[in-house]
Design a protein around this ligand. Structure first.
Ligand code: SAH
Length: 214
């Protein structure tokens, strides 16, 4: 089976399972070549709905988790987006497909992981993604505020810097809880008021840093 057909089957499965429904999110998942973002020795599993190891004890999230988060993030074409935890770069590529006229800043703590993400993103030709090496628990002040913020590692609590760097009427998605199990939280700023809601359980690697796990 060719890669495009594999992607179509995965997306059909995610739609049938109720994880995907918005046309622009569906198109992004049909377009982004996940096999470019997974290590070569796991390439045959690129379009299975499961997380995969990307080295340094980190993982690329399962496609259904990327679908859930991207649906909830409600990305618009010209959004300025901050991601914490670039990992493989796959989620950033999905965001870049939707925010075609916007910009994605993605922060990664581990430089060797960031380097690989950079080369996968370059190979796919995305020009609106910047990868920054650093501690994302402090956000990325240089480009704040952001319309959307997505954290793809599990935090013990919501870092205040991220709430501060969120634009009014913006949305922040972050897994919050224990080291091995979290609740996906949606934080919305509405007329400067903060509204938090829980969206269900999830499992992410720990967010490690000053305002994360130590
Ligand atoms: N979004 C990624 C998956 C992320 S895995 C993808 O699409 O593949 C979580 C990543 O968060 C790991 O690469 C880990 O190194 C990184 N991370 C953990 N703590 C961090 C921090 N404080 N700042 C930035 N990145 C962090």
């Amino acid at each position: 089976m060719n890669r495009k057909t594999e992607r179509k089957e995965l997306v059909d499965h995610l739609i049938a399972s109720g994880y995907l429904s918005t046309p622009r999110v569906i198109d992004a998942m049909l377009n982004v070549k996940r096999h470019i973002f997974v290590p070569q020795n796991q390439s045959r599993y690129a379009y299975s709905d499961r997380p995969l190891s990307i080295g340094s004890k980190q993982t690329i999230s399962a496609p259904h988790m990327v679908a859930i988060m991207t649906e909830h993030l409600d990305v618009r074409v010209d959004d300025k987006i901050l991601e914490i935890g670039a990992g493989s770069g796959y989620q950033a590529a999905i965001l870049a497909e939707i925010a075609k006229k916007g910009k994605i800043y993605t922060v990664e703590r581990l430089s060797e992981i960031a380097e690989r993400a950079r080369s996968s993103i370059k190979e796919c030709g995305y020009k609106n993604i910047s990868i920054i090496v650093g501690d994302g628990t402090k956000g990325y002040k240089a480009e704040a505020p952001y319309d959307r913020i997505i954290v793809t590692a599990g935090a013990p609590k919501i870092p205040q810097s991220l709430v501060d760097q969120l634009e009014d009427w913006g949305k922040l998605l972050i897994p919050v809880g224990g080291r091995s199990y979290q609740e996906l939280m949606l934080v919305e700023k509405r007329d400067k008021k903060i509204i938090e809601s829980g969206l269900g359980g999830c499992v992410f690697v720990p967010l490690i840093g000053e305002d994360g796990w130590h």
